[in-house]
Design a protein around this ligand. Structure first.
Ligand code: OXD
Ligand code: MN
Length: 580
């Protein structure tokens, strides 16, 4: 296979010359190709077979122990205007970054196969979808891209028709952390990644294209590229509302997107459209619609069990690539909190001993096609996407943020999103458990200055009067002993139900300085045995703590200087004044 697209053909041959690849393989995305590459990896030991009786077509990949997460400190946005990139990103001038990367790529694929991977982010026939081509020397990338995107011949055909695509060049290099960079060139829609084979650093369709580059394009073209799940909530009467929700990495987006209603709500149904990324467009009627650009899940494994997420647990029993989990004596995948089986080998391939660290790396992952999910909505394949009723922001906060509250307006909702802060997780290298500001859960992913990004969000208010309602949730409140105050998981449905009732104007709420909170009877918790004092603290605010929070948040906003939209300042001042 080659291509009719001159630009693509020329780029492929330039890269082959630069990297001195031994062979070029154009990926067609077929099942046979997938199997062929799996077999090749089984042969060279970069993949191993898991127990095929219990886990048919499941494989295990153990990454380099120094390459287990996204590397935010080595991730750069390169454009000649530093101010446009903003202090929320690492910045490098284009020429310097290109020089650095071209030096690294020089001859890096000698003796290796260079795969050309055309892919489409979003349904292949959707006007909202965008295509890209990743060139990579990693077979692991090829099989993951096959599960995560619409990859291969159909994507190439669309590229040849449209003529426009994002260019992503990736080499695992030597996997040396000192020779590792993830560079983005939004002005020319290109990405260069070197030195890591892991997830978001290497599967360039995901964070690099669908968020960092896409957020830049979205600003220019009037839409939003967001770190959000998309779900449909169907009532017993058969009415479905669609919700998007933004949470920082490893804060339960996959669990929420696949929620199984508790017994009391068994006639309700949650449909999954996406678990990580949403592209939001306004249609000609002024309705915001969402598509999921991805076609599969790259989910965090630890904690997934039959109780916490039955759908995900069932989904990963077959046709799944596991990365960095442990294994049992009989070669089944094993991870902390799986609740069944015992580990015998850990994620480094060594025999497992209690007290020498977890069996599965905390950021170990499953890669699986979305079609394996029983709750997958066929509307995820629809070209026009789904209409969004509510946008939910959330973070992992031990204290402060109530279980749920609603913004008073779109503009106030933008402030709420900008105010997201969360405890860090193992999804990125660095300290875990420290609260950091993570506006719209986009801190690692917004490809341009947050101040301009907030202006862009605010601008939607002028375009339509049918915008979604905005909410904030916090499933992670704890008492002094570290116990969670809210049961979470399936019970979160009760909060989603309140959210939809609020969107429909069916239920009253308490007005507070920070937004509308559930009134006494607002959320159905009758059968949950929650102590009234606990419920009271989940659904009220501590003015003193909030004053402090708003002051810190205000300082953070001020750090964006003159670019900070006046409207956001006004919204902040209003909330702060109401707390005084
Ligand atoms: C992810 C992440 O992998 O956010 O989705 O890190
Ligand atoms: Mn994510």
């Amino acid at each position: 296979m080659t291509t009719k697209n001159q630009e693509l053909a020329a780029w492929v041959s330039d890269v082959a010359a630069l990297t001195q690849a031994q062979e070029i393989v154009w990926c067609d995305g077929s099942e046979q190709e997938y199997q062929r590459i799996v077999d090749l990896m089984l042969d060279d030991g970069t993949l191993s077979t898991l127990n095929q009786e219990t886990h048919p077509n499941c494989y295990l990949h153990l990454s380099d122990p120094q390459d287990v997460a996204r590397v935010e400190h080595l991730t750069f946005i390169c454009s000649d205007d530093k101010a446009t990139v903003g202090d929320n990103n690492n910045w490098m001038p284009v020429a310097e970054a290109k020089q650095k990367m071209n030096d690294l790529y020089q001859g890096c694929m000698q003796g290796r196969t260079m795969y050309v991977i055309p892919y489409c982010m979003g349904p292949i026939d959707s006007p909202y979808s965008r295509c890209g081509v990743e060139i990579s020397d990693s077979p692991y990338v090829v099989i993951n891209m096959k599960l995560m995107t619409r990859m291969g011949a159909k994507a190439l055909a669309r590229i040849e028709n449209e003529g426009k695509f994002v260019k992503g060049l990736h080499s695992t290099g030597e996997l040396d952390p000192d020779r590792r960079f993830i560079m983005h060139f939004p002005d020319e829609l290109s990405i260069m990644s070197y030195g890591s084979g892991y997830g978001g650093n290497a599967l360039l369709g995901k964070k690099c294209h669908a968020l960092r580059i896409a957020s830049w394009q979205a600003r220019q073209e009037g839409w939003l590229a967001e770190h959000m799940l998309i779900l449909g909530l169907e009532s017993p009467e058969g009415e479905t509302h669609y919700i998007t929700a933004a949470f920082p990495s490893a804060c339960g987006k996959t669990n929420l997107a696949m929620l199984i209603p508790p017994e009391k709500y068994k006639d309700w149904k949650v449909w999954t459209l996406g678990d990580d990324i949403a592209w939001l467009h306004m249609d000609t009627e002024g309705q915001m619609r969402a598509i999921n650009p991805e076609a599969g899940y790259f989910g965090v494994v630890p904690g997934t069990n039959a109780k916490t997420n039955r759908n995900a647990y069932d989904m990963i029993q077959q046709n799944t690539i596991f990365t960095n989990v442990g294994t049992t004596e009989d070669n089944q995948p094993w991870w902390e909190d799986k609740k069944v089986g015992q580990p015998s080998v850990n994620w480094k391939g060594d025999s497992y001993n209690e007290g020498t660290g977890p069996a599965a790396h905390p950021n170990s992952r499953f890669t699986v096609s979305a079609t394996e999910n029983k709750a997958y909505s066929n509307l995820a394949e629809s070209a026009e996407g789904v209409p969004i009723s509510a946008i939910v922001f959330g973070g992992r906060r031990r204290e402060l943020a109530p279980l749920v509250y609603q913004a008073k307006s779109w503009e106030h909702g933008v402030l709420m999103g900008a105010g997201v802060a969360s405890e860090t997780t193992a999804a990125a290298t660095g300290e875990v458990g420290v609260v950091r500001r993570d506006p719209m859960a986009m801190k690692p992913f917004c490809g341009y200055n947050f101040a301009d990004y907030w202006s862009h969000w605010l601008s939607f208010a002028k375009r339509t009067d049918k915008l979604p309602e905005i909410f904030h949730v916090n499933w992670f409140r704890q008492n002094d002993d570290g116990d969670f105050l809210w049961p979470g998981f399936g019970e979160n449905l009760r909060v989603l139900q309140w959210i939809i009732q609020r969107c429909k104007g069916e239920v009253d709420a308490k007005e507070t300085a920070i937004g509308y909170l559930p009134s006494e009877e607002g959320v159905d918790i009758d059968d949950l045995n929650i102590d009234p004092a606990v419920w009271q603290s989940l659904t009220s605010i501590n003015d003193e703590q909030w004053r402090q929070e708003m002051d810190e948040f205000g300082d953070y906003l001020e750090s964006f200087g003159d670019r900070l939209p006046g409207e956001l300042k006004r919204q902040h001042a209003e909330v702060r004044a109401a707390l005084s």
